[in-house]
Design a protein around this ligand. Structure first.
Ligand code: ZN
Length: 418
């Protein structure tokens, strides 16, 4: 991420940047019967949210809790950076503060999630899956020949557990920023906190293995795939006896056959399969034909129910193909880029929570709702109505080529139509 940007210009320009309910149904003060009725309505409402048919997945794009974010959490690691122009992770905190105001230090573990916490509490997805775009380590040596190195101190892991993250996909271009020792600590730390992981491992078999998430509504298999176009160095590929990430060699029929065999080996009827894939560049709405063909191949030939794409810093258009959602790029969800100039036209300060409800018996998409957020002072906040509208129009525009539309709902959410 960001490797392609001109480091000097964004650090120098950092100062000139953009400045920028849950409704209770419980009765109060009413006659007893009415209060009871109101109370039972509240329960029914909550009940129906929980018992609505289908399994609901929360997905988002890159979650980068390292570097500047790590510095504001209760246990910041060594802030020393080896970037071309920034020498301390605290530089990123200062940039954000210059842009939007003071950030608490230390912040509580849940501070960064801000208004997203209320959305999770309200919608109560069955699983929460994120692309964790950082190593979780205090060990390791920075990777030479690479411009950016992200890490979060392991003692800051409650930042992820407080958000109820069930699964981190790791086949990305940052999990090995602190070498094999950093990767090893990441692989030890996440499961110890009860977080499932996929996409990286101590050898090829482990890196390619899916995570399995067991819910009251059935199991969800998560395959994590990385593609070199996202900036993953080729030598990060896991191999027999060598740790690394699950890096795809190509988009060939052979690759699809290999994934199809993996899916077939594990999935049973009524279970959901997610292919989470880190691919493509950081900016721009174009979706390569090769991505579309491969995503459709995952559906057609591998039995994948959800294609969860990421790497782009802003959301891309969505396709529903044979009733299966293909999210080509979910955009960044959490990072420390606030106050960094450039690419303002993409409004990458606007973030999206994706809530996908599927029918597990058929794997078909039932509903896809998105909740916009805006990153300010390293915290996710509800955006203005104007910003929500901008995002709705942009996603609607980008989805048309795939036959999908995005509409605004009364409560500020966006709904996919297909
Ligand atoms: Zn990335």
């Amino acid at each position: 991420m960001l490797e392609r940007m001109n480091r000097r210009s964004f650090l120098e320009q950092g100062g000139r940047l953009l400045l920028g309910s849950v409704t209770s149904l419980a009765g109060t003060g009413a006659p007893a019967a009415a209060a009871m009725r109101s109370e039972s309505m509240a329960q029914a409402s909550h009940q129906s949210a929980r018992d609505a048919p289908g399994i609901t997945l929360f997905l988002c794009g890159d979650v980068m809790t390292g570097r500047g974010i790590d510095q504001i959490l209760p246990h910041p690691g060594d802030p020393t950076l080896h970037e071309g122009y920034a020498t301390s992770a605290l530089d990123y905190v200062r940039l954000a503060e210059q842009a939007n105001g003071p950030i608490p230090r230390p912040a509580a573990f849940d501070y960064v999630w801000g208004d997203a916490l209320a959305e999770w509490a309200r919608i109560r997805p069955d699983v929460r899956i994120v692309n964790l775009e950082t190593a979780v380590t205090a060990r390791g040596d920075w990777q030479r020949g690479k411009g950016i190195h992200y890490r979060m101190h392991p003692a800051n892991l409650p930042c992820l557990t407080t958000a109820g993250i069930d699964c981190c996909v790791l086949a990305n271009n940052h999990v090995l920023d602190w070498g094999y020792a950093g990767l090893a600590e990441t692989l030890e730390t996440l499961p110890r906190a009860g977080i499932h992981l996929a996409g990286a491992g101590r050898d090829q078999g482990e890196a390619a293995a899916p995570a399995v998430l067991t819910t009251a509504r059935g199991r969800v298999w998560v395959f994590s795939l990385g593609v070199a176009s996202s900036g993953i160095p080729p030598d990060w590929a896991a191999a027999p006896g060598r740790p690394g990430v699950n890096l795809l060699a190509d988009f060939s029929p052979t690759t699809l056959r290999r994934i199809a065999a993996q899916v077939k080996a594990v999935r049973r009827t009524g279970e959901v399969v997610v292919a989470s894939i880190h691919w493509g560049g950081n900016w721009g709405y174009a979706v390569p034909e090769a991505h579309q063909a491969f995503a459709r191949g995952l559906v057609d030939q591998c039995g994948v129910d959800v294609v969860h794409g990421h790497s782009s810093h802003h959301p891309l258009g969505i396709e529903v193909y044979r009733e299966r959602p293909i999210l080509y790029g979910c955009g960044d969800f959490l990072n420390d880029y606030e106050g960094i100039a450039g690419y303002e036209a993409y409004r990458s300060d606007l973030r999206l929570m994706y809530f996908l409800t599927l029918d597990p018996s058929s794997g078909k998409l039932v509903r896809l709702a998105m909740r916009p957020m805006q990153m300010r002072r390293f915290r996710l906040n509800r955006p203005s109505a104007e910003d929500t509208r901008w995002l709705q129009e942009r996603l609607d525009r980008e989805g048309r080529r795939f036959g999908s539309r995005v509409e605004a709902e009364a409560d500020g959410a966006l709904a996919l139509r297909w």
